[in-house]
Design a protein around this ligand. Sequence first.
Ligand code: ATP
Length: 142
Amino acid sequence: MAKKKQFVVIGLGRFGGSICRELIKIGHEVLVIDKDEQKVSDFSNIVTHAVVANSTDENTLRSLGVRNFDFVIVAIGDNIQESILTTLLLKELGIKNVWVKAKNDYHHRVLEKIGADTIVHPEKDMGRRIAQQMSDDKIIDF
Ligand code: ATP
């Protein structure tokens, strides 16, 4: 098994939720943060810590000790402004591994400028992977 690490997942939409479930399955420790109480309560039984909070609040991030985690994943999709502000605060707190979901190219460029460590485009990345899998010679179509 992979070495146990500590993760923070911010935003429990389909993407953040799926990341969270997989990390737990692998055996990692996960803190989830979402401003939606229902989403947090849906995950409270499976994760190590689940908190209802707004990630754009610097004091909240400090008091949750987010700095002490190995990785933070910002999985806020629709609200680009909150995604950017959250990422900025995380980088200012000194977090080394901040992964962020980008909605479009402009979002990507801003995230890059403010120091996001890894930027992902789930639909685009998955589309590319599936195309590669479909064109893989090893797949025999009967
Ligand atoms: P997906 O496509 O993965 O379902 P999405 O791209 O539609 O997600 P959103 O619905 O925008 O993404 O956000 C995902 C989650 O992030 C939601 O549960 C929302 O409550 C949460 N969220 C958004 N902004 C914040 C914030 N500032 N602090 C905490 N949680 C937030």
